[in-house]
Design a protein around this ligand. Structure first.
Ligand code: HEC
Ligand code: HEC
Ligand code: HEC
Ligand code: HEC
Length: 177
């Protein structure tokens, strides 16, 4: 049983939790509309060419189901939260938080790393870093800390993670003007 005190703490934290959840996911297609020209750095193209864009598809393979079974899971890999947590985004959210163009099948996508974009995707907001952050955009001072949330030994196929080497494969900077 929960004590009176812990119930009170839950009561206090509930509005915070709801607030943190209020931005919704728009999907990589929407981000890609403005992030695909060479001039802006073609982040969409970099992502498409990376394995992150295939992370969900990977769970549909026999290899994936075999591992899921060996781990004692009774559901398919692509339906198991134990696998989806590193291979996809949004599978555990209420449909009201997923925009029409959002697809779980897009795997590890822009918003997996940069946060749900419904409120920062407008051009006037995007151009202003402070405003974008205030509207939910997540940026990183230490990107490596993000990577190792998934690139760690809990991954059944863990490959030693070398940040410099891995980042070089997926980096997608805006070219300096
Ligand atoms: C309407 C166009 C538009 C859309 C849609 C859009 N962006 Fe942007 N974004 C921009 C512009 C413009 C900038 C400013 C940098 C530049 O000139 O490329 C920017 C900058 C960024 C930055 C860098 C911010 C910084 O200050 O370092 C990130 C990260 C980013 N966008 C992610 C996303 C993600 C993720 C999505 C989808 C949820 C998205 N954007 C959707 C236009 C857009
Ligand atoms: C939400 C989980 C998640 C995060 C966060 C994440 N990755 Fe990944 N990454 C994956 C998954 C899952 C795969 C494997 C996809 C597949 O093979 O289908 C992968 C694959 C990769 C690969 C390809 C590896 C290979 O074998 O060629 C590179 C490179 C990579 N990630 C770099 C990074 C970097 C750098 C960061 C941090 C900036 C990062 N990842 C953050 C989940 C993540
Ligand atoms: C695996 C995580 C990951 C994914 C997926 C990802 N990004 Fe990023 N992105 C980062 C990190 C880390 C940085 C560098 C640190 C920072 O600025 O937060 C970055 C930087 C950026 C920048 C700023 C570059 C600069 O020069 O200032 C833009 C723009 C951007 N991402 C857009 C996107 C878009 C659009 C997508 C999807 C097509 C995407 N990102 C997918 C992790 C990711
Ligand atoms: C902690 C995050 C994490 C979890 C949990 C996770 N994966 Fe992965 N998975 C990754 C990453 C990251 C990679 C890329 C290899 C690497 O660098 O670890 C990957 C790669 C894969 C690959 C491609 C391997 C190859 O080389 O062909 C398959 C298949 C896979 N995972 C299946 C699964 C299945 C099935 C589950 C659930 C039982 C699962 N993963 C759970 C992070 C994870």
């Amino acid at each position: 049983m929960l004590s009176k005190k812990s119930l009170f703490v839950i009561f206090l934290l509930t509005p915070l939790f709801v607030m943190a959840q209020e931005h919704s996911y728009v999907g990589v297609k929407t981000c890609g509309m403005c992030h695909k020209s060479e001039k802006s750095g073609n982040q969409l193209g970099v992502w498409k060419n990376s394995l992150h864009s295939k992370a969900y598809e990977t769970l549909l393979t026999e290899k994936a189901d075999k591992v899921a079974k060996e781990k004692g899971l009774t559901t398919k890999a692509s339906e198991s939260p134990e696998c989806l947590k590193c291979h996809a985004t949004g599978y555990d959210l209420d449909a009201s938080l997923l925009g029409k163009k959002f697809k779980i099948e897009d795997g590890v996508q822009c918003e997996t790393c940069h946060g749900p974009g419904s409120d920062y995707k407008k051009k006037s907001i995007m151009k202003d870093r402070e405003k974008a952050i205030a509207n939910g955009l997540i940026l990183y001072d230490k990107p490596e800390e993000l990577c190792v949330k998934c690139h760690n030994e809990e991954s059944p196929f863990y490959k030693e993670f070398n940040f410099a080497e891995f980042w070089d494969k997926i980096k997608h900077p805006v070219p300096k003007k």
